[in-house]
Design a protein around this ligand. Sequence first.
Ligand code: NAD
Length: 261
Amino acid sequence: MILTSKAAVVTGSTGGIGLAVARGLAKEGADVVLNGFGKPEEIEKARAGIAAEFGVRAIYSGADMSKPAEIAEMMAMAEKELGRIDVLVNNAGIQFVAPVEDFPVEKWDAILAINLSSAFHTIRAAVPGMKARGYGRIVNIASAHSIVASPYKSAYVAAKHGLLGMTKSVALEVAGQGITANCISPGYVWTPLVESQIPDTMKARGLTKEQVIEDVLLKAQPTKEFVTVEQVAAIVTFLCSDAAKQMTGANLSVDGGWTAQ
Ligand code: NAD
């Protein structure tokens, strides 16, 4: 186990990729902070399940990643309760699909806040402790959309390109201090986020559900398979290991060949 006596914060971890990442880190011995929205009983089931299955401490913060004050509270609570933050995974994210001229301004603001600015707020809170302890792993879950664009996703593409840029800057700032900062950029992973954008894409492009899956989603992915949440989680765990000590400022594509085209 590579993370015994370490603590991790994973934003947006009540479901999808984030929950798999939190479980992967707990399996390696890390205490974890779960964060995100959902039904209280389901969140508690996930939290208690992690604590029981892996014998670690698992705590929950309902902080809204669009609100800097709530992010600061979550980070302070994590340090107080778990004594440290060694691993920070910025995963919370939302999507909205619309032509740029119809893109609701409040959706633009929310996507930029949750998918980009929240990572700035968590990182600035976590870095001083990481520097003091000489160890830190910052992993930002970006997207193939950190490298390439798709139509109707102006806010998401802007946020993910921005997240990659910020990751590189932070990596340079903390280099040589035992801290790495990297992005993981998945292609399409089958999660509620992907499922929920299908109706809007159907509307925006005038397609059926099957056509969206075949001709829009998996069209970009040469392997013609969705990425699994466990595959993304395994890469986060790898980035926490000694083997990944010299990997920093990198963008790891997990996209079935999408961005190789
Ligand atoms: P998801 O919708 O399944 O889960 C998102 C998580 O974020 C949930 O726990 C949700 O409660 C939480 N969340 C949403 N808004 C929040 C807020 N304001 N404050 C706190 N938590 C909030 O999504 P997912 O597919 O697991 O995506 C996770 C990350 O991976 C996102 O950043 C997404 O952009 C990225 N990503 C996903 C895919 C994909 O195909 N699913 C591909 C590339 C990148």
